[in-house]
Write a protein that binds this ligand. Structure first.
Ligand code: PNS
Length: 159
């Protein structure tokens, strides 16, 4: 049974994340999308809200699980019996951070492999940070976040 973890902040989930989930889900028997509890950030959505939104989005994919985690990703991945960490790279600018993280995770847990997937080109400029900024100024989120979650995300960010 091949299990992959797709970790992230998902604050909030974007169309780029959703594209990645669908790609990764095709490659493994079990995909665990894991939202980090990060005490050093003040998020727009609570971890519980982010988990709920991801669950709503993935109801049609039975082998995709949504959860949250504390602490080191490699410890969580081992506890989940995962062999693979999935991360998305949108552009070259993502690469340095992702490369550093992948190599550090490999140092911590050599048995785990990080796999990078590319979302559709039209999502290469989409990020949670820009969604928060655009939503906060009342901008149109239709090309940025999944349709089923758009109103909820816009209402929260617009406040
Ligand atoms: O969506 P993000 O914010 O880019 O995701 C970053 C994430 C959650 C993958 C990363 O911060 C992480 O794995 N944090 C857990 C703590 C950890 O393992 N740190 C060492 C990484 S080398």
């Amino acid at each position: 049974m091949r299990t992959a973890i797709y970790p992230g902040s998902f604050d909030p989930v974007t169309l780029g994340h959703w594209d990645l989930v669908q790609r990764a889900a095709k490659l493994v028997d079990r995909l665990v999308v894991a939202v980090l509890h990060n005490p050093s950030k003040s998020p727009a959505f609570t971890v519980e809200e982010r988990v709920a939104m991801l669950k709503e989005l993935t109801t049609t994919l039975p082998h995709v699980e949504i959860t949250s985690f504390h602490g080191l990703l490699v410890d969580f991945a081992k506890a989940q019996n995962a062999q693979v960490i999935v991360r998305g790279v949108r552009a070259f600018s993502d690469f340095e951070y992702e490369f550093q993280m992948a190599l550090m995770n490999r140092k911590l847990a050599p048995e785990l492999e990080t796999v990078f997937l590319m979302p559709k080109e039209k999502y290469s400029a989409v990020s949670s940070r820009l969604v928060r900024e655009i939503g906060g100024m009342g901008g149109n989120l239709s090309e940025l976040v999944p349709e089923v979650l758009r109103e909820r995300i816009a209402n929260r960010l617009g406040k």
